[in-house]
Design a binder for this molecule. Structure first.
Ligand SMILES: Nc1nc2c(ncn2[C@@H]2O[C@H](COP(=O)(O)OP(=O)(O)O)[C@@H](O)[C@H]2O)c(=O)[nH]1
Ligand SMILES: [Mg+2]
Length: 443
């Protein structure tokens, strides 16, 4: 089967790229261009014609990549055409009429690349992350994964365990031979080291996953202090309703932001006050839960705020940024208790000191997360497999006597299998779908 798809984004563009992969790529090029194959990997100007007619569709730059030196490993071509709906449709319709050609599924080019051994599973995920990266740190993280930094670590650990396994299997094959004590000690030391390395990888505060999904920041505080105004200001649009009526925000309102390169999920919450209103009370409960789940809280107060200590003490103290809004309201005298908290004074209305707040947010995220050891785990899929690997290694360690070698070997095989699943070095059909379905068509 041959596949084709628009690989550049949808919509009108100067240039659009249509990709083709499969063993009939040569015939597709010849049929559409009515001329010979161009030199491999050399951009060549060609005319493209409608299927079975002499009607010209467009002129294009054609790239011909004979397999296996192509992205998918199969024969491939790229048609760089003018990016209008009509041109793209006409070319895709013509290709679709050729034998054994169909539109690619999402991520199918990358899936074929993986199946042909051009890339491992982590690289495929890195490519997917790079395509959807919205901020600088997401781009950097995706690139690191794409370059194989994490794969190498998993591969090394897996190779160590495979070596241990081979020694144990040798013992199983020759039950009458005793394993020399050095080998037994080696087995113990190698597994203990692998186990420690894996546990260290897990101790990462889930930074990699947070970078992929966004750091959670909750805006919390009494009613009417300007929480919704702050959210709208940071989001640069009207996400939440702002009003002088206290108790306007009741649900948690979330918005995704690129905060100077940091991916953030910012949520606005119901103002904390003693309320008799059942719906508002539920909202306040949600506010506190949201703040407790968040990576960071922006506590918004105003100078005259009182009675805030009660909810403040319900929140963990190490992830709070205290802000006093309405700096422009100079009539209000600042409450002494607030001053002691060393707040950042801002005015959302007059756009004063918002940059100080953004810097403080970045500093907190950097200190708390980014400086932690190298980020290796970026998806819960990796974490789950590491946890399972650790579990089997521990069960393996518990089996000490030689009679249990058979069972111990099975524990080790399972541990190796889970590391293999991360990079894709086992029978992975079952996990392929879940990864490649996240891709866009044409990748
Ligand atoms: N003077 C002044 N008023 C503000 C400022 N920020 C927000 N407000 C006003 O305070 C009121 C409450 O704002 P809102 O964002 O709905 O507060 P929330 O209840 O905490 O979400 C609205 O009338 C806003 O216009 C500010 O920096 N200065
Ligand atoms: Mg509000």
């Amino acid at each position: 089967m041959n596949i084709y798809a628009l690989s550049s984004g949808p919509g009108i563009s100067g240039v659009a790229v249509i990709r083709v992969s499969g063993k009939n790529t040569k015939d597709i090029i010849i049929e559409l261009s009515r001329s010979n194959l161009p030199t491999p990997r050399v951009a060549t100007l060609k005319k493209l014609y409608k299927y079975n007619t002499d009607e010209l569709i467009d002129e294009c730059i054609l790239l011909w990549f004979p397999g296996p030196n192509s992205y998918t490993g199969e024969d491939m071509a790229e048609f760089h055409v003018h990016g209008s709906r009509a041109v793209i449709d006409a070319i895709q319709t013509s290709i679709s009429k050729l034998e054994d050609c169909r539109l690619a599924e999402p991520g199918e080019f990358t899936k074929i690349a993986f199946q042909n051994g051009k890339i491992d599973l982590m690289k495929a995920e890195g490519i997917s992350d790079l395509i959807s990266a919205e901020t600088e740190i997401q781009r950097k993280q995706a690139l690191k994964i794409m370059e194989g930094k994490s794969s190498k670590i998993y591969d090394n650990l897996r190779n160590i365990l495979i070596k241990v396994l081979s020694k144990i299997e040798a013992k199983i094959d020759f039950p009458d031979e005793d394993l020399p004590i050095e080998i037994l000690d080696g087995i113990k030391a190698d597994t203990a080291k692998a186990l420690a390395d894996l546990e260290r990888l897990l101790d990462d505060q889930r930074v990699g996953e947070r970078i992929r999904e966004g750091f959670k920041i909750s805006i919390i505080g009494p009613t009417n202090v300007g929480k919704s105004s702050l959210l709208n200001h940071l989001a640069n649009r009207e996400v939440a309703i702002v009003s002088e009526i206290a108790g306007t925000t009741r649900d948690v309102i979330e918005t995704h932001l690129n905060l100077d390169g940091y991916p953030v999920i910012l949520s606005d919450t119901a103002g904390i006050r003693d309320s008799k209103d059942e719906i508002e009370k539920k909202g306040i409960k949600l506010s506190l839960k949201n703040a407790n789940d968040a990576d960071l809280n922006i506590i918004v107060l105003e100078r005259k705020s009182v009675d805030f200590q009660r909810f403040l003490s319900a929140l963990s103290q190490d992830k709070n940024i205290i802000v006093v809004n309405k700096l422009d309201n100079i009539d209000d005298k600042i409450n002494e208790e607030i001053r002691k908290l060393n707040p950042i004074s801002i005015s959302v209305k007059e756009n004063i000191n918002i940059n100080l707040l953004i810097n403080e947010i970045k500093k907190k995220l950097r200190n708390k997360f980014i400086s932690s050891n190298d980020i290796i785990i970026t998806r819960s899929r990796h974490r789950d497999n590491i946890e399972k690997c650790i579990y089997h290694l521990k069960t393996f360690q518990e089996k000490n006597s030689e009679e249990e070698f058979d069972k111990a070997a099975e524990d080790l095989r399972l541990a190796v299998r889970h590391l293999g699943l991360i990079v894709g070095k086992v029978d992975v059909e079952e996990i392929l779908g879940s990864i490649f379905n996240d891709f866009c068509i044409g990748k």
